[in-house]
Design a protein around this ligand. Structure first.
Ligand code: 4AD
Ligand code: MG
Length: 477
């Protein structure tokens, strides 16, 4: 058996040469033309069948969804739409597919329907394109950091601490939920649990990344994170992947520079390496937007929007400046915001973030120096005692794509912040130790990987950019 050649490589193959291809039938037209796809690229390979000399029983088994191994000769295409095609000399059915009951008919299916058959949706143009782009972005992230001498640190998935202090965690336990051991005071006796303490799935690898950065200087994590927040939105998942660089000796400005460089690098990597898929996804999005009301449509096509983000510096401003803009904005005055902005201190909702990015500045925005009350305990306190050195990067159509900060490196200040915010300092002596033994200024951030993939692919719902989404009420597959 000749070795398999990927469909992608067939398109640059040699005319007259014999190749073996394997893949799935997308369509079979006139008992003569098979559109074969193996996921290596968007395009199908046209395979020409000599139907007069082919066993009719075999022809009947060539149905949409069936998997085939085909030997044939590469010829210049007679028809329109492709440059080459394979003239089949031998066809073997690897797996039959009953077209009557196969859920993926050769027609347009809604994304909602495809989400229900997520085990098969990889076989559609849209999802194969999305997952190839997702792969390219994951690879580019490692390349970006490797080229800059960062160390990839694997932070634990099971932890005993709440890195964000937000309490939206999934518990990890081997206790029998029908017979939970109790202490005398009625509380749960976690001493009897697997780790002899209460544990949960991590919400962020940041605290561990900080420990690494205070020795290796430049580190990043890239792993799954979990949040039990009950948000059924198009931008939240219960299980998502986060990239968290952490850099010793960096301040907030360095942190913003790193975030901006990284996002621009990743977007241009996708433009350079995923052109075929992005053109397809752009057409898909344009079609999708046609049914939307005029004012909700994006003013730019997908790749134009991506290039637009590369061409100019992101707008940098403080939370305080942003609040002034929002307070005086037309939607705020006309009562168009669901959460009106009345005074300094208000937490920003996605509607406000998107107003700043899409309407006011019309480019990506980095907001800094938020009120300490609405940010995590580890952010460095500003001299005014009111704001912290936080930064959120806001993107068109997405809102917050990155959240980060310069960290509080001063032992006393950190300890008192932890007490103020009821963070159990006793249990986190390991974290405080870095501030006791050779502390340094440092900064880092978290990029939500799926939000990045959403932005680059133009997919509207975050559930469509991760193979098997987890969200409230759903852990299928
Ligand atoms: O802003 P967040 O909560 O920041 C942190 O977790 C910090 N520890 C990061 C750091 O400084 N090292 O989350 C960071 C990013 C958000 O900006 C968003 O892109 C994404 O993670 N994110 C989510 N993505 C999908 N589903 C969710 N439920 C998400 N929650 C946050
Ligand atoms: Mg955040």
């Amino acid at each position: 058996m000749a070795k398999r050649t990927r469909v992608k490589d067939i398109f640059t193959g040699r005319i007259g040469q014999e190749y073996r291809v394997m893949g799935w039938v997308r369509t079979f037209r006139n008992n003569q033309f098979i559109a074969l796809n193996d996921g290596s690229c968007l395009a199908n390979l046209q395979v020409v069948v000599d139907f007069e000399n082919t066993d009719p029983d075999l022809l009947k088994r060539i149905t949409t969804g069936a998997s085939l191994s085909i030997l044939g000769n590469l010829i210049a295409s007679q028809g329109k739409g492709q440059s080459v095609e394979l003239s089949a000399t031998e066809i073997t059915v690897l797996g039959d597919c009953d077209a009557e009951i196969y859920p993926l008919q050769p027609k347009k299916h809604s994304l909602e329907f495809l989400r229900e058959i997520a085990h098969l949706r990889f076989r559609t143009n849209t999802f194969s394109a999305v997952f190839r782009v997702r792969h390219a972005l994951a690879y580019a992230i490692h390349k970006f950091f490797n080229d800059r001498n960062f160390v990839y640190l694997h932070s634990p998935i099971i932890t005993g601490s709440d890195a964000e202090g937000a309490g939206e965690m999934f518990q990890v336990t081997t206790l029998d939920l029908n017979k939970v051991p109790k202490n005398d005071d009625g509380s749960i006796n976690f001493k009897k649990d697997f780790f002899a303490k209460a544990t949960n799935l991590t919400v962020s690898g940041q605290l561990e990344a900080e420990l690494g950065a205070l020795a290796l200087s430049d580190v990043y994590t890239f792993g799954p994170t979990f949040r039990a927040e009950n948000s059924n939105t198009s931008r939240h998942l219960a299980e998502f992947w986060m990239i968290e660089p952490e850099v010793a000796f960096n301040d907030l400005n360095d942190n913003m520079d790193l975030a901006e460089d990284m996002l621009k690098y990743l977007i241009s990597y996708a433009l350079d390496n995923c052109a075929e898929d992005l053109v397809f996804l752009e057409q898909r999005l344009t079609e999708e937007e046609k049914v939307k009301p005029q004012q909700e449509r994006s003013e730019m096509a997908l790749t134009e929007k991506l290039r637009f983000c590369l061409d100019q510096p992101f707008e940098r401003l403080t939370y305080t400046e942003a609040i002034e803009i929002l307070k005086n904005s037309t939607p705020n005055k006309k009562g168009k915001f669901q959460y009106p902005i009345e005074k300094w201190g208000a937490d920003l909702q996605s509607e406000h973030e998107r107003y700043l990015v899409e309407k006011h500045f019309k480019k990506p925005v980095i907001l800094t120096n938020y009120p300490k009350e609405i940010k995590a305990f580890y952010m460095r306190m500003d001299d005014d005692g009111k704001t912290v050195r936080a930064m959120d990067v806001l993107f068109p159509g997405i809102g917050e794509i990155i959240g980060g900060s310069q960290r509080e490196e001063r032992y006393d200040v950190l300890l008192s912040r932890m007490k103020e915010m009821h963070i159990p300092a006793e249990e986190m002596s390991w974290f405080l130790d870095t501030r006791r033994f050779g502390t340094v200024p440092h900064a880092g951030f978290g990029l939500g990987f799926e939000r990045l993939v959403q932005f680059v692919t133009g997919m509207t719902n975050i559930r469509d950019v991760i193979p098997f989404p987890r969200f409230p009420g759903n852990a299928e597959f």
